[in-house]
Design a protein around this ligand. Structure first.
Ligand code: CP
Ligand code: NVA
Length: 310
């Protein structure tokens, strides 16, 4: 039965460790094909709002709704003008009359909270400046495929910008007991309140500027240095991050059975190179595939108890 019925998913911390366990179990089962023909979201619709570009998030939420018997409608910001053509609260109060859930990819995490505050239907975070929680579900499905379900003490090393992905990695350390190390240049550390929360909850999170921390990692993870919306800082950032590029030589220093992950898209020549994507330790395309399975599992657990209102 659905374990997050009707709830918002704005952060991985909106779920308990037990709920994460259930969602990942469902994702593994869906990947094995055990849900073929099962349509728990029949008659339900999900609106997908995009203030920014997307390949994976758009395709996997749309195909995921279809495979579960539901329907998705994509709304680009050029069409709806979130906060410009119309205030966010009015968009929320329109959508809740027609659809059964909203996924939002937005600039500000605050926009998701505003949507959630004004819509009675669940709101799902499809990436904000702060977090990318749906991505981390796929990432941990991929990590479990490599190391099994008990990840306590596994070393997850994130290298690069202390951005939305880095923040969400810290959240997964809180939920799963992985040992999370964030390696950034000075001045590009993850969000302070996310870190404080992790310390308060006793998570094993280490911040460092030292590339030596990569050695022996079970998982090495990177993401772009210039996130969507930061294009004006491109030159300063490229200079600040020099040396933090993931290369095949770096992958040789992680654990022998270690894996390399990247949420994609990759900016080749910056945070990584094509040879790392093609390296035997790379699981980046399995990870991209898992966006579909993990989000279908999420959609089932959030929307699976709703009945069509029409
Ligand atoms: N990883 C990810 O979210 O990809 P898109 O930006 O293409 O959706
Ligand atoms: N940190 C990147 C992730 C893209 C999926 C961004 O926010 O643009």
């Amino acid at each position: 039965a659905p374990v997050m019925a009707g709830r918002d998913f704005l952060s991985n911390l909106d779920m308990t460790p037990g709920e994460l366990r259930t969602v990942l179990d469902t994702a593994h089962s869906m990947k094995r094909g055990e849900w073929r023909g099962v349509k728990p979201l029949s008659g339900l619709s999900l609106a997908l709002i995009f203030e920014k570009a997307s390949l994976r998030t758009r395709t996997t939420f749309d195909v995921g709704m279809y495979q579960l018997g539901g329907h998705a409608i994509t709304l680009s910001n050029a069409e709806i003008g979130l906060g410009t053509r119309e205030r966010v609260s009015d968009v929320a109060r329109n959508l809740e009359r027609w659809v059964d859930g909203v996924m939002g990819r937005v600039y500000l995490q605050q926009t998701l909270h505003e949507l959630a505050d004004h819509a009675a239907i669940p709101v799902i975070n499809g990436l904000s400046d702060m977090l990318h929680p749906a991505q981390l579900l796929a990432d941990y499905q991929t990590i479990e495929q490599a190391f099994g379900p008990d990840l306590r003490g596994r070393r997850v090393v994130y290298i690069g910008d202390g951005n939305n992905l880095a923040n969400s990695h810290i959240h997964l350390g809180i939920l799963t007991g992985t040992d999370v190390t964030i390696v950034t240049p000075v001045g590009y550390e993850p969000n302070g309140s996310v870190l404080m929360d992790a310390v308060k909850r006793g998570a094993n999170v280490t911040l460092t500027n030292d590339l030596g921390a990569i050695e022996g990692a079970d998982v090495l993870y990177t993401d772009v240095w210039i996130s969507m919306g930061q294009e004006a800082e491109a030159d300063i950032r490229r200079r600040a991050f020099r040396g933090y590029q993931v290369t095949p030589a770096m992958l040789d220093t992680i654990a022998p059975d270690g894996i390399f992950l990247h949420c994609l898209p990759a900016h080749y020549g910056e945070e990584t190179v094509p040879e790392a994507t093609e390296h035997p330790k790379s699981r980046v395309f399995d990870q991209a595939e898992n966006r579909l399975h993990a989000q279908k599992a999420l959609l089932y657990h959030v929307m699976g108890e709703m009945r069509p209102r029409w």
